[in-house]
Design a protein around this ligand. Structure first.
Ligand code: SF4
Length: 485
């Protein structure tokens, strides 16, 4: 399919409910930019890495329920493991993550010991299920030494059934400032084959203002090295809306990013919330780009990346057409979890380490956020549970609808009817009526049996998904999330 074409066939007819339906057959995924619509719909909303979102997790959730889920997994059910390393050597002023800033590397030793203990505890509950995906996130996973990473990988292989390395995706978030280039080779030897790297901006003035100075050469060399050792699906993270950024300065950053040619690019919107995130108090709001400038940077990113052959996957993510994410989207098997988009819908997710979240058989489970209670629980041979939620039938149905829309920009009502034994138009009559303004603004097209998000609606996918979210009835709930643009 030629992704540079932007071909839409529309037709109108009246449905028996009286709603006007606009059917559209989209043969292309190039985004359309409509500034007035972006301004109109730019409210706060969830990023839908789960449904229900983490706001619905409760401390009343019983660890015994989670254990039952782990024990009850069918033997052929594949697993995905998320490992959280909370340490960072330096603070980035824009940071809103759960992390521990320390230059005392010895602090990590106790954490590594406890992490391995948790891995063994949790693995003992799941039997021989194959572990096919491992993701290391943080914080900064490469804060740990290669020896510590090796010890943890060894504990994983000892405790879980890990099939051959070729077919197991093992990814790691890299901070090029916190790793020696020769360690890339060691990571490859340990089985790592995917990588994501934070950049944010290559402009030195911006980098100094956010306390993250990282040269283009350092980033480029790290990626060249990673490719040499067989890493695939290499991702770079960028942020727009940082202090001193202008469209002009970001043009240069993007030129350098395109020169490096990562397989994936994530572009996040900086939300300045100094009352909630202490490090952000080091950023003066006077230095931030105006709303107009920020929007023009965002528009430039979208147009430039598409011109350079990247496809918009959705929700801040771009990928080359031959990348696994783009292929999964084309084949209809893209999914979402706490790491963003993922290619394996069917895997059950186990989280280890402080604040990590797992998703097993319709249960969400989150570990405690701080190291002290984490160590204490493991000292007592208990899982370090904090909170969770057991989803109900309505949650599962709405999750299916929201994830289909956010991953594929379309929904087949007939399939949902069949899977959940409902009459979609009847069950979601209120929600379909709430879609009317989106239809009038040509963000959404409806045929009798499909919902399709148009190319101008894709940037506003969070708003469209929010229509189907049963928990978003309170304004304070909505305001707990970031702006959609
Ligand atoms: S942005 Fe990442 S590297 Fe920077 S302080 Fe936060 S977690 Fe650490």
């Amino acid at each position: 399919m030629d992704h540079q074409l932007n071909f839409v066939i529309c037709y109108l007819h009246y449905h028996q409910s009286g709603l006007i339906f606009i059917g559209s057959i989209m043969q292309q995924s190039k985004l359309e930019w409509d500034e007035s619509l972006l301004a109109k719909y730019n409210i706060s909303g969830p990023r839908y890495t789960s449904y229900p979102t983490a706001l619905e997790f409760t401390e009343n959730y019983q660890t015994s329920d989670y254990l039952m889920c782990l024990n009850g997994l069918p033997a052929d059910q594949s697993l995905s493991l998320y490992i959280h390393i909370p340490f960072c050597q330096n603070i980035c002023y824009y940071c809103a993550c759960n992390k521990i800033i320390t230059k005392h590397k010895s602090q990590a030793e106790q954490y590594v010991d406890n992490l391995m203990k948790e891995i063994r505890l949790v693995a003992a509950e799941v039997g021989d299920n194959p572990l096919r995906q491992i993701h290391w996130g943080g914080g900064t996973p490469t804060y740990l030494s290669i020896e510590q990473i090796c010890a943890i990988m060894h504990a994983i292989r000892e405790s879980f059934e890990v099939p051959d390395e070729e077919s197991t995706e093992i990814s790691i978030e890299i901070d090029p400032r916190a790793i020696h280039i020769e360690d890339i080779k060691h990571l490859a030897k340990l089985g790592f084959n995917r990588m994501s790297m934070g950049v944010q901006d290559f402009d030195i003035k911006v980098q100094k203002a956010v306390n993250r100075v990282q040269s283009f050469e350092m980033t480029r060399d790290m990626i060249i090295e990673a490719r040499k050792y067989g890493f695939k699906s290499i991702n770079l993270d960028l942020i727009y809306g940082l202090p001193f950024q202008t469209k002009h300065s970001f043009e240069q950053t993007l030129k350098l990013v395109v020169e490096i040619s990562p397989d994936r690019i994530s572009v996040f919107n900086y939300a300045h919330l100094p009352h909630r995130f202490k490090p952000q108090r080091r950023i003066s709001s006077n230095d931030l780009p105006t709303a107009v400038e920020k929007l023009s940077i965002f528009q430039y990113i979208i147009e430039n990346l598409q011109e350079n052959g990247y496809l918009y996957i959705g929700m801040d993510h771009f990928a080359k057409p031959d990348d696994e994410l783009a292929i999964a989207q084309k084949e209809g098997c893209l999914h979402r979890n706490f790491q963003g988009y993922t290619t394996h819908e069917e895997y059950q997710l186990i989280g280890v380490g402080v604040s990590s979240i797992g998703s097993i058989n319709g249960h969400y489970h989150q570990n405690v956020r701080d190291v002290e209670p984490y160590y204490k629980a493991l000292d007592n041979n208990r899982l370090p549970s904090w909170r969770g939620v057991k989803v109900n039938g309505d949650d599962l149905l709405r999750k299916r609808v929201i994830f289909d829309l956010i991953c594929h920009f379309e929904l087949d009502m007939a399939k949902v009817d069949q899977e959940f034994n409902i009459d979609f138009e009847h069950y979601f009559a209120t929600e379909l009526a709430m879609l009317k303004p989106f239809i009038e603004d040509k963000l959404v097209g409806l045929t009798e049996r499909t919902i399709q998000v148009s190319n101008r609606g894709r940037l506003l996918i969070r708003n469209i998904c929010m229509v189907f979210d049963a928990y978003l009835n309170e304004l304070h709930t909505i305001n707990s999330f970031s702006k959609v643009i």
